[in-house]
Design a protein around this ligand. Structure first.
Ligand code: SF4
Ligand code: SF4
Length: 339
């Protein structure tokens, strides 16, 4: 089946419902209704792992304000600077990077940051772009503005994809928590616990450019710290308007002010051969791996350079370059080509 051109489509609750008509129980996971959700590259890597081939490269898209938007394989540990050069360089001198997407990704200005196994791509935008101004606002300012300016119109809730699926997510109620200081916020925080952080409320629905998604992030953190767990008492019932409130990507692009960057990012057989890679020892859930090589060691592509301690949750990490270990820290191993 084909999914429509809507945002969000990749949320696992949404995907499972679209593909099977099943509704995951509140706070549950897809296996609770007999489904497993993985992206294509993960399945590709699972097959490779079954043949003993570790992940040493990542499929990346670089787009936005670059000369040649494109998608390509990049060795894990390559710098963002090299990725942007591969895409022809930025078209503006002063820019920021949305790492792994605008809606759910992080804003970065660090060109020395490196590719990990979970990076999806980079979107380059001029420093004075609307989205960079919005995203760079300090969290305290987001909450302070929300506290004073939210008029409880509830558009954020009415567009929320989890709410429309029938889950108890109501960001406009979470916004009320911003008005509390010592006690009371937890009454409203519960309405954010099943939020999937899609960002639609903050970046699309709110007519006042407030930050309900960030209020939900805070609510989830506060509840975790208090050891509180959400229990949805009522059955999950799909909202009758769900299909009519979907957000087409064309509308979303307009709202995000990124229409001028809409283009293909075709696959390119990139010849990215960095002279040095920095392999992070934590690229996964759980604990970091521990370096198992020393400065001066010769390593080959695919060789393990970080290993998990027995019984710890995490994943080994591997070199993406044949060369010599140049640096080892608790956070990463650097490898450079010989000579
Ligand atoms: S859409 Fe904006 S103004 Fe309206 S309730 Fe939500 S946060 Fe408040
Ligand atoms: S980020 Fe906003 S729109 Fe998305 S699930 Fe959370 S509350 Fe709903």
């Amino acid at each position: 089946m084909f999914l429509g051109d809507f945002y969000p489509s990749g949320d696992e609750y949404e995907l499972v419902y679209s593909a099977t008509g099943r509704l995951i129980p509140p706070a549950g996971i897809p296996i609770n209704v007999g489904c497993v959700v993985n992206n294509v590259e993960t399945l590709y890597n699972v097959e490779a792992a079954a043949r003993g081939v570790p992940v040493t490269r990542k499929f990346i898209t670089v787009t936005g304000a670059v000369r040649r938007p494109q998608s390509f394989w990049a060795p894990v540990g390559t710098t963002y600077r090299e990725l942007i050069e591969q895409a022809g360089g930025a078209t503006t001198a002063d820019f920021g990077l949305f790492v792994s997407g605008i809606m759910m990704g992080q804003l970065s200005f660090d060109l020395d940051e490196v590719v990990t196994k979970t990076l999806g791509g980079l979107i380059v935008l001029p420093r004075d772009h609307y989205l960079i101004s919005r995203k760079s606002r300090p969290l305290e300012a987001m909450h302070r503005i929300g506290k004073s300016a939210c008029d409880q119109c509830s558009y954020c809730t009415e567009f929320c994809p989890r709410y429309l699926l029938g889950y108890d997510v109501q960001p406009h109620k979470v916004m009320r928590s911003l008005g509390f200081t010592l006690t009371g916020a937890s009454n409203w925080n519960q309405w954010g616990e099943l939020c999937c952080a899609c960002g639609l409320c903050t970046l699309y629905a709110c007519p006042e450019d407030l930050y309900p998604k960030e209020a939900c992030d805070q609510a989830k953190q506060d509840r975790r710290a208090e050891g509180m767990q959400f229990k949805q008492e009522r059955p999950v019932t799909v909202h009758p308007m769900k299909e009519y409130r979907r957000v087409p990507l064309s509308m979303l692009r307009k709202r995000l002010h990124v229409e001028e960057y809409e283009c293909e990012a075709p696959f390119a057989e990139a010849s990215l051969r960095p002279a040095r890679v920095r392999i992070k020892l934590k690229q996964h859930a759980g604990q970091p791996a521990g370096a198992c090589v020393s400065i001066g060691d010769n390593v080959a592509v695919g060789q393990t350079v970080g290993r998990m301690a027995d019984g710890m949750l995490g994943a080994d990490v591997h070199s993406s370059l044949s060369g010599v270990v140049a640096c080892v820290t608790p956070d990463y191993v650097e490898i450079e080509t010989k000579g």
